[in-house]
Design a protein around this ligand. Structure first.
Ligand SMILES: [Zn+2]
Length: 300
């Protein structure tokens, strides 16, 4: 299996009542700890067929084929066939080298269940060719380790419908059990995060508004207890600082990004190393001075 599991293994795959298999910590885990880095057993483009997946599985070792057939097959994907159905139930979206979307099948990584407030961040590291699973909080022993599959920044009813349609389960995570005013607040924050992600690229010419929205989204992520996506907002502000030639702001936003990334991609990731270099020399970024004049960008 193409998984790199640290020597000091932090988890085991177990049967969980009512959930099928899941991943549980076997010891205390520190925030920022890499618990798994795994290469995909195979990848496919977004147009997949039963014969394509069958051919990919045929190329695996005998033991990996057994693992593949033991993976979950959601009820509403079973009609696609045992191979494509399992790919659709377990595949994780990742960018290819060309940036085109593709899906990877991770034999161990697909054992993690979903939560809309996950305690594990998963990120694709193109430089290493691995999906990295990093603890975003301190975790005690005997706690379920969860990642997100999809729909993280949607309202509760949207997440429920999307997760059920794609993966065949009704999410019962903490965020999905909220009601009343707490639910309204959570929905509003997630919708704000989603909107901000969409509108920011069009606002880079207005740095004050840009940074204000990014900061609000970071606060919303903090209130929601979500770590996935924090680093990228700090990176957006770094990019704005670079484009507006504000060297000091660029260094501070790069530092903020690195601090947040420790709990997302983790310190050993390609992205972390790239940002360390950019923090030392923001002028090396290809967008340095893109607007041709200097404008002050708000600090973190
Ligand atoms: Zn949920």
């Amino acid at each position: 299996m193409a998984a790199q599991v640290p020597a000091d293994l932090a988890f085991e795959v177990v049967e969980l009542p009512g959930k099928g298999k899941g991943v549980v910590s076997t010891r205390a885990i520190k925030a920022g700890e890499l618990i798994l880095a795994e290469s995909p057993a195979f990848t496919t483009g977004m147009r997949r067929t039963e014969p394509m997946i069958t051919a990919a599985v045929d190329k695996l070792s005998a033991s990996d084929r057994l693992v593949f057939h033991s993976l979950a097959l959601s009820d509403n994907k079973a009609a696609l066939g045992p191979f494509l159905g399992r790919m659709e139930t377990n595949g994780i979206e990742m960018a290819s080298a060309t940036g085109a979307p593709q899906q990877g099948l991770f034999l161990l990584g697909s054992r993690f269940n979903h939560s809309c407030t996950p305690n594990i961040c998963r990120t694709w590291d193109g430089g290493l060719g691995k999906e990295r699973f990093v603890a975003s909080v301190d975790i005690d022993q005997d706690i379920e380790l969860e990642i997100y599959y999809d729909a993280l920044y949607k309202r509760q009813h949207e997440r429920q419908n999307e997760l059920h349609a794609k993966f065949g389960f009704w999410c019962k995570c903490r965020a999905c059990c909220l009601t009343g005013a707490e639910l309204a607040d959570s929905d509003q924050r997630r919708a704000k995060i989603d909107t901000t992600r969409q509108v920011l690229p069009q606002l880079i010419a207005q740095p004050a508004r840009f940074v204000q929205l990014a900061k609000e989204a970071l606060t919303a992520l903090e209130h929601e207890g979500i770590y996935t996506g924090r680093g990228p907002f700090a990176y957006d502000c770094f990019q704005a600082s670079v484009a507006w030639s504000d060297l000091e702001a660029a260094k501070l936003w790069a530092a903020r990004n690195l601090e947040l990334q420790k709990r997302e991609a983790g310190v050993g990731s390609s992205e972390f190393k790239r940002m360390e270099a950019l923090k030392a020399n923001p002028k090396a970024h290809r967008s340095w001075g893109a607007f041709g004049r200097k404008q002050k960008v708000e600090r973190p």
